[in-house]
Design a protein around this ligand. Structure first.
Ligand code: S3P
Length: 436
């Protein structure tokens, strides 16, 4: 089996890194453009497997997609009622965002769509979307009591009904699916979250002329008649990708890097708050707005980190950054306590279990898992080990940074980084973090 060897990077990291396009925003740019009434020129698109799953999906539904380069494409839809019946099963690959948001868009359509995906996506819970859409009148069936892939979205036979939905967990994917179905429904649709999750759907809908109303953690959408394509969408860089370098530079002594073009939408910046509470040394420069989203460059220098505590309230703002924050905690002085992170158990893999088992191979006794979190006893002795990525991109990248800052690591299924950050190893290797 192919393995990736990462050697210790004793000299730290220096220089500039251009952060690739945001994954969540790239998905939405393609999906919404496919419902638009004219061509949309998308710039700084994340050319990675997950977003390409969305591209294949909208092509199968009749939208025209033309790549001008890897990161630039033009997507032309046929209007909000212009999607066409796909001729075969749509493969959503590893992408929960493709599948869950598209279920919301497809539930009101007058044709049938069947989805499959990879082994990981087949294990992930889909009732969280199928149930609320069903409450609106949608007819979606899936394996194992409408919980799992394969899933078929069947024409509802009548207009969906708007509703007020109290979401049991904060989830931008569930919120987005219900709001997107709500565009086609009779009456208003409101979703109420326990805590606010990323709001890229609400922001980007505005660029297509669709207003949502926000009150506290509730978002309301009205039925939509017109969906006007903007000429252009510029995707800001992904803070979830910047996260690996934020932590690497913080924990590798002597580091000083400039991360260029990082999306800093406040629903995504939980990692900055946590790193600040740990004593990290970074500053936001050149703050600007890019495609309706806040962006900045971030300069990070190494610092002595200390342990911290955080829980459910901040979780939606850093949900994908727990594995790399666990690396920061491993190299910090003192204990870090993470609670309210039960959602990590249903990501691309069970990330609480994966972080616990793999990190303990690199530093025995480092992590103790609980039902919904972890206790990390930082500053313990480190060693080199062979570890498993579970074919999960965020596990592979977090383990790489752990190895680079520690005693090295050998990682299985390393290519899974192609899901969100195909250039990751090249950048690390340019810093000298590759072995023979
Ligand atoms: C995403 C939302 C999050 C996140 C995922 C992308 C999105 O999932 O973990 O990587 O683009 O809406 P949940 O909303 O299910 O927490």
């Amino acid at each position: 089996m192919e393995k990736k060897e990462i050697h210790p990077l004793r000299q730290g990291i220096h220089g500039e890194i251009e952060i690739p396009g945001d994954k969540s925003i790239s998905h939405r740019s393609v999906m919404f453009s496919a419902l638009g009434d004219g061509p949309v020129h998308i710039k700084n698109f994340l050319h990675a497997q997950d977003c390409l799953s969305t591209v294949k999906c909208v092509e199968a539904l009749g939208a025209k997609v033309e790549f001008l380069s890897d990161e630039e494409l033009v997507v032309t839809g046929h209007g909000i009622h212009g999607l066409k019946e796909p001729q075969s099963i749509i493969d959503a690959g590893n992408s929960g965002t493709t599948l869950r948001l598209m279920m919301g868009i497809l539930a009101p359509q007058p044709f049938l769509t069947t989805f499959s995906g990879d082994a990981s996506l087949h294990r992930r819970p889909m009732a969280r979307v199928i149930k609320p859409l069903g409450m609106m009148g949608a007819n979606i069936v899936g394996r194992d009591g409408n919980r799992l892939l394969p899933i078929t979205v069947i024409p509802a036979g009548k207009k969906l009904k708007g509703m007020v939905y109290d979401m049991p967990v904060a989830s931008a994917q569930v919120k987005s699916a219900v709001l997107l179905a709500g565009m086609y429904a009779e009456g208003d649709t409101t979703v109420v979250e326990p805590f606010t999750s990323r709001d890229h759907t609400e922001r980007m809908l505005e660029a297509f002329g669709v207003r949502t109303e926000k009150e506290g953690t509730a978002v309301t959408i009205h039925p939509v008649e017109e969906f006007h394509s903007p000429k252009e969408i510029e995707v800001p860089g992904d803070i979830s990708s910047a996260a690996y370098w934020l932590v690497a530079a913080s924990i590798l002594p002597g580091s000083d890097v400039l991360l260029r073009n990082v999306g800093v939408n406040p629903t995504r910046t939980g990692i900055l708050d946590v790193l600040e509470s740990m004593g990290a040394d970074f500053e936001l420069l050149n703050r600007r707005v890019s495609g309706g989203e806040a962006a900045a460059d971030i300069r990070v220098r190494s610092a002595k980190l200390r342990g911290t505590s955080f829980g459910a309230e901040i979780m939606p703002r850093l949900i994908d950054e727990i594995p790399i924050l666990a690396v920061a905690a491993a190299f910090a002085e003192g204990t870090t306590v993470i609670t309210g992170a039960g959602e990590l158990r249903v990501k691309e893999t069970d990330r609480l279990q994966a972080v616990t088992d793999e990190f303990n191979k690199l530093s025995p006794g480092l992590v103790e898992a609980s039902e919904d979190g972890m206790v990390i006893h930082g500053g313990q002795s480190l060693r080199k080990a062979e570890v498993a990525s579970y074919d999960d991109h965020r596990m592979a990248m977090s383990l790489s940074i752990f190895g680079a800052a520690g005693e090295g690591v050998s990682i299985d299924h390393p290519d899974c980084v192609d899901i969100s950050y195909p250039e990751f190893y090249n950048i690390l290797e340019n810093f000298g973090g590759k072995g023979a």
